[in-house]
Design a binder for this molecule. Sequence first.
Ligand SMILES: Cc1cc2nc3c(=O)[nH]c(=O)nc-3n(C[C@H](O)[C@H](O)[C@H](O)COP(=O)(O)OP(=O)(O)OC[C@H]3O[C@@H](n4cnc5c(N)ncnc54)[C@H](O)[C@@H]3O)c2cc1C
Length: 302
Amino acid sequence: MRIEDAKIVAALNDLGVELRPSAWLAELTSLAIGGTTDLLRIHKHETIPDLLRLLDSHGVPHRFLGGGSNLLVGDGELSWVVLQLASPDPDVVLEGNFAQVDAAADLGRTVTYCAKHDLGGMEGLIGVPGTVGGALRMNAGAYGMQIGSYVREVKLYRAATHGIEILRGEQISFEYRHTSFAADDMMLAVKLELPSKSFKEILQGIRICNEKRRSSQPLGQKSAGCIFKNPPGASAGRMIDELGLKGLSVGDARVSDRHANFFVNAGNATAKDMLMLISSVRERVRSAFSVELEHEVVIWNA
Ligand SMILES: Cc1cc2nc3c(=O)[nH]c(=O)nc-3n(C[C@H](O)[C@H](O)[C@H](O)COP(=O)(O)OP(=O)(O)OC[C@H]3O[C@@H](n4cnc5c(N)ncnc54)[C@H](O)[C@@H]3O)c2cc1C
């Protein structure tokens, strides 16, 4: 979608929102799949209510992009614009055991920065790409931990009230790859409370998690992490593997040989290829195990 109305362009400029015309989302997503649309980069949280009022009043649909590491975006010209937060400097401020982190901060760098200041707990998140905002939205987790356990406050924009609010940790429910945020809530910043640990001890934990990832995931390939959530008490990857589907391909979209719940773009896969592969695997799991797999990857195809 192109924003060409001069009045909107001027208003964006007044708000200090940067308009990047025809951004190619394949370049902004870890799967390297996705068409083009205008990208709006937000430099100040305070401008968000006015920005959204502007877009809504002109009927400009929008979606919210973090680091693009859990997204499958449709092909061609997209029918909505994309909003993305620019990262302030500094994006992490520490005070005792609390870390105040901007949603645009890179998750891995945040974990490392906290670790260097003897704050641990998030070792399992070290190989999870993307932003802190995306991790909050998805309640990212690995190896028995999840970011939600450390959340004490979240600053967010609520479309329902058109305002910026602060929620306390106990007002939010964090479940397996699911949170109680509304679909159109936009995470802006978070206050985490992290346990004190020595850098050496944290580093040891990080090394163990890194080794587990390296030995089981196709890290050098383009993916969005796990495509499906694990059903209660079961493993989606194990079910797909048991059906002998590793290596199954549609065009360049392929079930990883390394981890059956990672689907990779082995070349020039399109969203159409990847969606066909996802639905074919889902169908086979349904007929073999009577289990309806739920997507973990967020699909922006309409
Ligand atoms: C190699 C690899 C390994 C991975 N391993 C793991 C893992 O171990 N555990 C795990 O949980 N995930 C894993 N993932 C998936 C992914 O990295 C996480 O879900 C990550 O937290 C997504 O963050 P993001 O910023 O990239 O979000 P995006 O992909 O940009 O967006 C994902 C969703 O979050 C929304 N969103 C993003 N930012 C915000 C915000 N500020 N406010 C509101 N909504 C927002 C988007 O609208 C979208 O709906 C992996 C991915 C890859 C490629």
